[in-house]
Ligand binder design. Sequence first.
Ligand SMILES: Nc1ncnc2c1ncn2[C@@H]1O[C@H](COP(=O)(O)OP(=O)(O)OP(=O)(O)O)[C@@H](O)[C@H]1O
Length: 252
Amino acid sequence: MTMDPVVQLKDIVVTYAAGPFKGGTGFDAVRKVSLDIGAGETVGLVGESGSGKTTLGRVCLGLLKPTRGAMLFGGEPFGSLRERRGQLSVVLQQPEWALNPRIRCGRSIEEPLLVLGRPASDRRDRVKAILDSVGLDSSFAERYPGQLSGGQRQRVAIARALITEPRFILFDEAVSALDVSVQAQVLNLILDLQQRHGFGALFISHDLAATRYVCRRIAVMYKGELVEVAPSERFYGTPEHPYSRNLLSAVA
Ligand SMILES: Nc1ncnc2c1ncn2[C@@H]1O[C@H](COP(=O)(O)OP(=O)(O)OP(=O)(O)O)[C@@H](O)[C@H]1O
C-alpha cells in the first residue's frame, strides 16, 4: 500500500446473539478479519449473500462494535461516533434511504454541516460547490428528491456523503439499483471525486464488473472470513482461492 491506512481492521470477530432459529449459541458473521484501507484507495468487498460484507462495513463505520478485535481510524483507536462526526460517510443502494422526500435536496446535502455547527454562509457555499462536483447545477438545491431521476438522486446522496470531506466512505451496493448507462456515469464520478478528495473507501458490491472498474484491491469474503485480498489485476487474472475462481466463473 502506498498511502497511510485510514481504516485498519485487526482480527475482527462479530458474533450476533443467537436468535430463535439459530440454535443456542451465537453466530459468527465475521471471523477474524484483518484489512487495511488506505487514504485515496478503494477496496472492493465481494462475496455471496450472507457472507458478512455489510456487517464488516458497519464495523468500518463505527456503527457496530466488534465482539473481538480492534478497528483503528487514522492510526488511532476509533473512539466514539460523536468524536468522528463528519469523518465517515455511507452511500447506500437506494438514495431514498438518505434523502427525506419532503425536504429539498439542498437542505438534505447541507444537514451534515448543520450537525457540525458550520455557519450558514459557509454551508451555502459548500452546497453549491459540492453540487458542481457531482455534476449537478445549483438549481437542484431547490428540488425535491421526487423530481429527480434515479441517477440524479444518487448524485445528491453522494453530495450529502461528501459535504463534510470525510476520510472514509462506505459504498454499499451504491450503483446496484441504477441502469447500466447511469451506473457507468456514477462509477466515473466516484473515481473522479476520490482523486480530488482523497477519501479511502470500501466498495461492497455483487457486481464484479463495477468492482473491477473502481477498485485497486479486491477482498473476497466467504462465510465470514476474508479468503483472498489481491490487487485487482491479480484477482481478475489469476485468482488464488477456489471460492474466488467460482465467483468469477459464475459471471464469465
Ligand atoms: N442483526 C443481526 N442479527 C443476527 N444475525 C444477523 C444480523 N445482521 C446480519 N445477520 C446475519 O449475519 C450474516 C451476514 O449478514 P450480512 O448482512 O453482513 O451479509 P452480506 O454479505 O452483506 O449479505 P448481502 O450480500 O445479502 O447483503 C447473515 O447470515 C445474516 O443473516
